[in-house]
Design a protein around this ligand. Sequence first.
Ligand SMILES: *Cc1c(COP(=O)(O)O)cnc(C)c1O
Length: 360
Amino acid sequence: MRKNFNFSAGPAVLPEEVLQTAAAEMLDWHGSGQSVMEMSHRGKEYMAIHAKAEADLRELMDIPSNYKVLFLQGGATLQFTMVPLNLLRGKASADYINTGEWSKKAIKEAKLLGGVNVAASGADGNFTAVPAESTWKLDPAAAYVHLCMNETIGGVEFNWLPKTGDVPLVADISSCFLSRKVDVSKFGLLYGGAQKNIGPAGLTIVIVRDDLLGVTPANTAQMLDYKIQADNESMLNTPPTYAIYIAGLVFDWLKRNGGIAAIEAKNVAKARLLYDYIDQSKLYRNPVALADRSRMNVPFTLIDDKLDKPFLDGAEKAGLLQLKGHRSVGGMRASIYNAMPIEGVQALVDYMRAFEVAHG
Ligand SMILES: *Cc1c(COP(=O)(O)O)cnc(C)c1O
């Protein structure tokens, strides 16, 4: 048993059971005489691992059969490019909702390829809330509407979905992937990097409705074309085999533990425990509107930033790792992804309380 709790925003904590299975299977996967890392991606052993990972993800998220699941590389960041490249489909522009740092990066990349209409922005409120749907200026002719479902840095999460009519909804779900129930049929495309909630860095998952595929500019590189990736079952080139294997173990772990409904209930309880403590405290503060608070990433500041260093030093001594906030915002951030047990959040709250008694 590990004695530490890791609150890193990503790459992030993985279920201990998964790491133990991976360790046990490291030299010899299921009697094959090979490590998964050593397998040909076209061999029957790896093909079985790959197929099971996809099937389990489909089952967990209840992904309809007219959606493709792609296991790609390049991170969510490459999707900031691939989404407009593939989904503009000759249209003049796409709508983007700006709720913080990751939204801004997606907007910046999309502008290189086409028109971007920022239909709503949280900038006026310093990105502490999702702009109310009534203020959105959606363009009915837009190619798609893009949003970041959970802003990993600002800790702002959509707890509802907008109505976009016939315009496909596209979401970056990097940091809330598999943390809550998502109705895939409401989306044209979902994407996310694995390293927040699913597995190691190096794997990016795209879930895309098949009627949106196949309309790319003629000079599109094959690697960047969803249709070609889908037609080749994500094996146009060597896929990130080991990352997909670990993701598969995580999917299996989720299935054995009650699926999305069970993990969502745990995530709600974990987030409540931490926010309730912060809200009644006089030393700590979270600036995000109650309705838009992230269940996965909880940024908080101390009343006096001179206390940041003693707070972090003490946390590390107490086995509470990687609580330093993102360099762009400072303060603290506790990422409490699926694999963070409630005991870890309780240990954090206990430490925060003791620190407040000593320094408040
Ligand atoms: C981490 C993150 C990204 C960037 O992911 P990479 O895999 O590093 O490209 C994009 N969007 C969100 C919401 C993230 O949390």
